[in-house]
Structure formats: C-alpha cells, structure tokens
Design a protein around this ligand. Structure first.
Ligand code: SF4
Ligand code: FES
Length: 260
C-alpha cells in the first residue's frame, strides 16, 4: 500500500538490504531494493509485502519471511533488523514495528535469526522446531485442569500467579537465541519451566520436567548462558532473566532429589 493509499502525506524512501539465500547450501548475500512512497503508518511486514508484490510482478522470486498473526502473539515473525532481533523498539515484535520508527532515506539491513540450532530454510526463514522439541520434552501437564470455573476455584498465591503469567507471556519467537552470542535458549526454556513450576497444576511433573527440558535444550545444540542479558533486552515480551535463575534452582533441586 502506498502512502497515498494509506492516507498519509509524508511518504518515505527506504533502501532495503535483504538477506537472500536460496537454501541452507547456498552461500547467501544481501540484495538491495529501493522502495519509495511508503506510508509511515505501514508496518515493517507490510513493507515486505510491497516489496514482494513488486518482485512477483517483475517475475522475480519474492523474499521468504515468516509471519502469521501480525498482532504480536504468535512468535512467527523473526527478523534481525539493523543488527537487532525484532528491530529497534523495546518489547516489540517485528510485526508490530512501524515505518514511522525510521527516517526518510534510511538504509535498513534485514537478516534471519542466526543460530546453528535454527538452520536456515530460505532467505529470512529459519527452522525453529528445536523449540518444539524442548516443549515436547516436558512443557505440559498431565493433571486434569477442568474448565474455567475449576481454574478460578484453585487457590494460587497472588505473587505466584503474577510470576507464572509473566513467564507464560513468552511467544516462542527465538529472539533471545538470536540476540545471544552463545545462541543460548535458556530464557525461552526457563520461561516455560517457570510458568508450570509456579502453578499447582504443574507440580506432579515438576522435577522430571526441569531435567527433561534442560536435557532437550542441550541436545538441540543451543549454547550455555554466560549472563550477557542480551536475551532479556531483545525479548518482545519482557521475559526476565530471573526465570533463568529459577530454572537453575529447579534443575539443581531435581538433580539432587532424583539421586536420593
Ligand atoms: S523468552 Fe522472549 S525472546 Fe525468547 S522466545 Fe520467549 S518471547 Fe521470544
Ligand atoms: S506475526 Fe505473530 S508475533 Fe509477529
């Protein structure tokens, strides 16, 4: 959609350097595209839509990128924009980033999330199924949780409910991995372990969950945490590194209790 069609007068010209890579075996390189008449109210992904419409009309291969909800809730959008996972805005997913954040004439670099545990599929799309395998190892409960009235009738200390809700906000986007120099998945894994460890419904598998999910995380090839805090800074949902400390306590306790 052009700036005129968007009802905005202040159109932007942007030079986009987009990472193009046909497959994991391709070397990959940046390709430059010049876009003009962009509305500042347009989202970053809408700008990629405009680019892809143009490439398709010209008979060229459109840029592959992940997206689904475009509402900041599914975790699909996964771009490194000017060197930052999800771009320059704090606690904002790529799909919620708008062109008004940029200046007329800006040059923007767009890359995929880079981590060996997230192998590249094409262009800006990476395979994040390693996260699914961590969840499959223990990110579930076996207790019958009942319907909403049952949940409301379950007494949970307010502080635990708040902390569990904060941890549950993780949308599994992978920005924490992309931002970390070690490509560590500890913020993601700790959010999932914390969410269930803080609730009564998560108690039956609590120990086994901590051991299994940490083991699965290590098996997927993610790096270790060296307290850089880049994960927390890049997280679009404000997940705190305090969850990593909780995961370490859960893991230690589970290790000791399993041995005794
Ligand atoms: S912890 Fe944050 S950055 Fe990491 S997957 Fe969850 S929402 Fe994304
Ligand atoms: S497309 Fe769903 S969070 Fe961005």
């Amino acid at each position: 959609m052009t700036a005129e069609a968007h009802g905005s007068a202040a159109a932007l010209k942007i030079s986009l350097n987009v990472w193009r890579q046909r497959s994991a075996d391709d070397a990959g390189r940046f390709e430059t595209y010049h876009l003009d008449d962009l509305s500042p109210d347009m989202s970053f992904l809408e700008m990629l839509d405009v680019l892809n419409e143009r490439l398709t009309a010209e008979g060229r291969d459109p840029v592959a990128f992940d997206h689904d909800c475009r509402e900041g809730i599914c975790g699909s959008c996964s771009l490194v924009i000017n060197g930052r996972a999800h771009g320059p805005d704090l606690e904002t997913t790529t799909c919620q980033l708008h062109l008004r954040r940029f200046q007329d004439g800006d040059t923007i670099y767009v890359e995929p999330f880079r981590a060996s545990a997230f192998p590249l599929i094409k262009d800006l799309v990476v395979d994040r199924s390693a996260f699914d395998r961590i969840i499959a190892a223990g990110g579930f409960i076996s207790a019958r949780a009942g319907a909403a009235p049952d949940a409301n009738a379950t007494p949970i200390p307010k502080q635990n409910a708040d902390l569990a809700m904060d941890a549950a906000a993780c949308i599994g986007c992978g920005a924490c991995v992309a931002a970390c120099k070690n490509a560590s998945a500890m913020l993601f894994t700790s959010a999932k372990i914390s969410h269930l460890a803080l609730l009564p419904q998560g108690q039956p598998e609590r120990r086994q969950r901590a051991l299994a999910m940490v083991a699965a995380m290590d098996a997927q090839g993610f790096g270790a945490c060296t307290n850089e805090y880049e994960c927390e800074a890049a997280c679009p949902k404000g997940i705190s590194v305090a969850n990593i400390a909780r995961m370490n306590r859960e893991y230690l306790l589970a290790s000791v209790m399993t041995r005794s």
